[in-house]
Design a protein around this ligand. Structure first.
Ligand code: PLP
Length: 353
């Protein structure tokens, strides 16, 4: 026996690379190419050292209220955390305490199995169908909970709300977490289900559509009792997860729905154009409902393209994982960045032919 037997050993999540230099086209971690809402920069000017000296409001009420207003919810139906990663980890801890395995897709956000392992939650990966889509009928076996992103990552495929509802309805004895990190890029949110079912939790984030990945804000929306359970766990862990500056800056972002719609609209337009041009170069990609495209080339292996792009200071994401090893996930940048990507790829593919 040694202390070594008592260590909680985990295999951590591997985030996308954050290059140290700035002269790169960074299309590898689904950040927003546009700055956050103008009110955020305005609010930054009003922050002072008191925001550092004093403890924050443990309930982050200003931020919770601004989010609730945006969706027409009660404050008691919203929970905030340090990025949706924090909110999802708290949700796993709060809602997934069964002996039965939780279910999530085999190809999905790669943090789910890391949290399950870390929290010792048994899990089962449910294979996507041959078109890499989630099938509702595959989520009908006994389980201790269900989690999936909608749109799914890294495929960008969207389930209609009716299908999400089918999964929620078929599993009344489990909590179903719908991770809507990318829902603002053209999807329809399952949010109305929280007033119809007591077993559904919707999580979203400020990191993608609101251009605030660096600030770290995520939130869950659910019926009042579920939000209460989440808060009980949070207060048993750390009361002050959100700092004063984040609460104020996040609230400023939450109040500007117009800017959100405008920037997401721009990204969706760029996405359609980029998809068309990449298809012309021999890439296949399904329609994406997120701020990235999931592409595979008809001729050239994904890893080779990935390595080549890096030599050109263009970063995209490649997953060394069964079923998707020949795909690249490309974040939608500005029109200009996507044009550069297409130009560089066109040269490469014509020389390689
Ligand atoms: C980016 C992402 C998150 C987490 O984002 P945060 O920055 O922690 O809010 C959660 N789920 C999915 C599917 C994501 O892609």
């Amino acid at each position: 026996m040694s202390w070594k037997d008592n260590i909680r050993r985990v295999v951590p999540y591997t985030p996308g690379e954050q290059p140290k230099t700035t002269d790169v086209i960074k299309l590898n971690t689904n950040e927003n190419p546009y700055p956050p809402a103008p009110g955020v920069a305005e609010t930054m000017k009003t922050l002072g050292t008191d925001d550092l000296r004093l403890y924050p409001d443990p309930a982050a009420s200003e931020l919770v209220h601004a989010i609730a207003e945006h969706y027409g919810l009660r404050d008691s139906e919203v929970f905030v955390g340090v990025g949706s990663d924090d909110v999802l980890a708290m949700s796993f801890m709060t809602f997934f305490n069964s002996e039965k395995p939780i279910l999530f897709p085999d190809i999905t956000y790669s943090f789910y199995d890391v949290w399950a392992d870390m929290l010792r939650i048994p899990y089962k990966k449910v294979p996507l169908d041959e078109n890499l889509h989630i099938r509702a009928e595959d989520y009908r076996e006994p389980n201790g909970g269900i989690v999936f992103p909608n749109p799914n990552a890294p495929t960008g495929a969207l389930l209609p709300v009716e299908t999400v509802e089918e999964i929620v309805k078929n599993n009344p004895d489990s909590i179903v977490i719908v991770d809507e990190a990318y829902i603002d890029f053209g999807g329809v949110s399952a949010l109305p289900l929280i007033h119809k079912y007591d077993n559904v939790v919707i999580t979203q984030t400020f990191s993608k559509s609101r251009g605030l990945a660096g600030l770290r804000i995520g939130y869950a929306m659910a019926s009042e009792p579920l939000i209460h359970y989440l808060n009980d766990v949070k207060y048993s862990f750390n009361s002050y997860t959100m700092n004063r500056m984040t609460i104020r800056l996040g609230a400023a972002s939450a109040r500007d729905s117009e800017y959100l719609a405008e920037t997401c609209g721009k990204i969706m337009k760029t996405r359609a154009k980029a998809a068309e041009e990449l298809r012309r170069l021999g890439f296949h990609c399904d329609d994406s409902y997120s701020n990235f495209l999931f592409v595979t080339h008809e001729r050239v292996p994904a890893k080779e393209i990935f390595d080549f792009l890096k030599t050109k200071n263009i970063f995209v994401r490649w997953f060394n994982q069964d079923r998707i090893r020949n795909y690249l996930r490309v974040t939608i940048g500005t029109d200009e960045q996507m044009e550069t990507l297409v130009r560089v790829l066109a040269d490469y593919l014509s020389e390689r032919a």
